[in-house]
Design a protein around this ligand. Structure first.
Ligand code: ASP
Length: 341
């Protein structure tokens, strides 16, 4: 049987045109977008498309739209072999990370892609990104899909979604996965690195987790950060989680006020997870003295997680209603390939 692929269009540059009133880029509907790629029919696949309303610039993404996206995949899961999600690049890594936690027991490809130039422009990168994503979503070996994961395909590389970050807004190479190798490279052929791709378990049915707790924050440390800034964040009513973006391998200022405020947060039951501002490498608490104090008061290592993965993982874990200790346990566990332990 021919592969059946569902394209889910959410918006983003790939489907944008210039608005006549002010010249800014805004998304158009899928019919206009697909008119630009008549070769879609050449695959010989059964390809359908669903547009999620409203079509957005991905800077306007919300957890409610993540739920809609997950629900669309769930409702069509049995009917299609793979899914291609057209999404703006700005927050693609956040959405792909969140979906990786929400779509438990995923056994089919969910490939996010988009472009840096709208698909209607001459030098667009959108056509190659879309066409190759469709091919990856349909790829099978011995009757099984090759990539049963939430991924980002961009500029000839397939990355694990929760390992990716947007690193460039001007080059076609918009994404990078510094701490995990690409799952595939597309040249004349698409070469899959099967040793890095998650193994599917076809016996377990898809379970979609629709609960996320958004009472969380990313706190980026910088030289000169003031006590009042940190204190104001910690005092936010109902705050449940902090992703602490530290320096280097997990280091922060050793000032007493800083340690005391982090201690105060933890005593209030706020989970504090430490990720690095560096794109590559990992948090190693205790390696330098500058991470010892926060380690002592109970900050958890985020290892080599991206901030995008960390914030969505913490939203997901808190959303499940787990106890403090269980959230800590899962932060120290590789759930969806988001950390190397
Ligand atoms: N602002 C756009 C978006 O994220 C950028 C893009 O798609 O590349 O929707």
């Amino acid at each position: 049987m021919n592969p059946r692929i569902l394209i889910i269009y959410t918006g983003g540059t790939i489907g944008m045109v210039q608005r006549p009133d002010d010249g800014s880029l805004a998304p158009v509907n899928f019919e206009e977008l697909s008119n630009e790629i008549p070769m879609l029919n050449k695959f010989g696949y059964k390809i359908n498309a669903i547009t999620l309303s409203p079509i957005i610039d991905s800077s306007n993404i919300t957890p409610e739209l993540w739920f809609k996206l997950a629900e669309t995949i769930e409702n069509n899961y049995e009917v299609y072999d793979g899914f291609v999600v057209l999404h703006g690049t700005d927050t693609m890594a956040y959405t792909a990370s969140a979906l990786s936690f929400m779509l438990e027991n995923l056994n089919k490809p969910v490939i996010f892609t988009g472009s840096q130039l709208p698909i209607g422009t001459l030098r667009t990168d959108g056509k190659e990104n879309l066409l190759t994503s469709i091919e990856i979503a349909a790829a099978v070996k011995k009757g099984k899909c090759i990539v049963p994961e939430v991924c980002i395909y961009f500029n000839s590389k397939l990355f694990r979604g929760n390992r990716s970050s947007k690193i460039d807004s001007a080059q076609f190479r918009a994404f990078e996965s510094k701490n995990y190798p690409p799952l595939a490279k597309a040249g004349v052929e698409i070469n899959y690195s099967c040793e890095y791709i998650r193994k599917a378990n076809n016996d377990t049915p898809l379970k979609v987790n629709y609960k996320l707790n958004t009472n969380v924050v990313i706190l980026k440390i910088f030289p000169g950060i003031q006590p009042l800034v940190v204190e104001s964040i910690i005092d936010i009513p109902d705050l449940k989680g902090i992703v602490l973006e530290s320096f280097g391998s997990g280091n922060v200022p050793e000032f007493d006020w800083f340690t005391q405020l982090i201690n105060k947060a933890i005593n209030k039951g706020i989970i504090v997870v430490n990720v690095s501002q560096c794109a590559g490498g990992k948090v190693q608490m205790g390696l330098y003295h500058t991470s010892k104090d926060i380690q002592k008061v109970g900050v958890v290592s985020g290892y080599d997680m991206t901030s995008e993965a960390a914030i969505s993982k913490i939203m997901f874990l808190l959303g499940q209603g787990y106890t403090y200790n269980k959230v800590i346990k899962y932060l120290n566990t590789n759930i969806q390939g988001e950390i190397s332990l």
